[in-house]
Design a binder for this molecule. Structure first.
Ligand SMILES: Nc1ncnc2c1ncn2[C@@H]1O[C@H](COP(=O)(O)OP(=O)(O)OP(=O)(O)O)[C@@H](O)[C@H]1O
Ligand SMILES: [Mg+2]
Length: 192
């Protein structure tokens, strides 16, 4: 662990993470502050500068292919790829998988990449869909985070005014699943 602060870098032109942090300063002045900055294009030089000052750098590259995404994949230690289990969403992971494998051919150390299923349902028969999606993702050579994120109104309700489920503490299931996903991402080696 490190005493240095964390910064959130928004490299998605839609800048939803950045506006979330702006809303947080405005509506939640007493909540722990989240430092944020925006970047575009090749983010490697900017990230190298920040690495001297910050202990952790969280980069939001958005879902679309971009120079920012490709350059981020070259220097990140870990990549979290959120996806729905819907077949259409899984199709787009083919391209992400190619980006990850191409980057790994050039990188000195292998990128730890994990697909995390989001917007899943807490219904017993939904597990079959998740298992099917996991097989499809693994067939692409990507690893899956063993903990999916369920669709919960608390995520929508809290992020709207710059909050998180950790600030509000009203949805313990959401807090627990976020902690599990984070631990799985930070763990070294294969999931589980
Ligand atoms: N697990 C969830 N439960 C409920 N709502 C969710 C969940 N995940 C995302 N959402 C909602 O869906 C919307 C979009 O989510 P998010 O910003 O994560 O998507 P995104 O793919 O990053 O979008 P973009 O590609 O535009 O950046 C947000 O309003 C968010 O609150
Ligand atoms: Mg986004």
């Amino acid at each position: 662990m490190t005493d240095k602060p964390t910064i959130l870098v928004d490299a998605d032109p839609q800048a939803t993470s950045w506006s979330w942090a702006q809303a947080r300063s405005k509506y939640k002045p007493d909540a722990p502050k989240v430092e944020t900055t925006k970047m575009t294009g090749d983010i490697r030089p900017g990230i190298k500068d920040l690495a001297a000052l910050y202990g952790h750098i969280v980069i939001d590259c958005g879902g679309a292919d971009s120079v920012a995404l490709r350059s981020g994949i070259m220097i990140a230690h870990r990549l979290l790829i959120p996806s729905k289990v819907a077949r259409r969403d899984l199709e787009t992971l083919k391209h992400v998988s190619t980006l990850v494998h191409t980057a790994n051919e050039k990188r000195e150390s292998q990128l730890i990449a994990r697909v995390v299923f989001n917007m899943t349902r807490a219904l017993p028969n939904f597990w079959t869909r998740i298992e099917g999606a996991k097989e499809a993702v693994e067939a692409l050579g990507l690893q899956v985070c063993p903990y999916p994120i369920v669709e919960r109104v608390s995520y929508d309700d809290t992020q709207y005014q710059g909050g998180t489920v950790f600030d509000d503490k009203t949805d313990q299931k959401a807090i627990d699943e976020m902690e599990r996903v984070l631990k799985a991402l930070l763990r070294k080696g294969k999931p589980e």
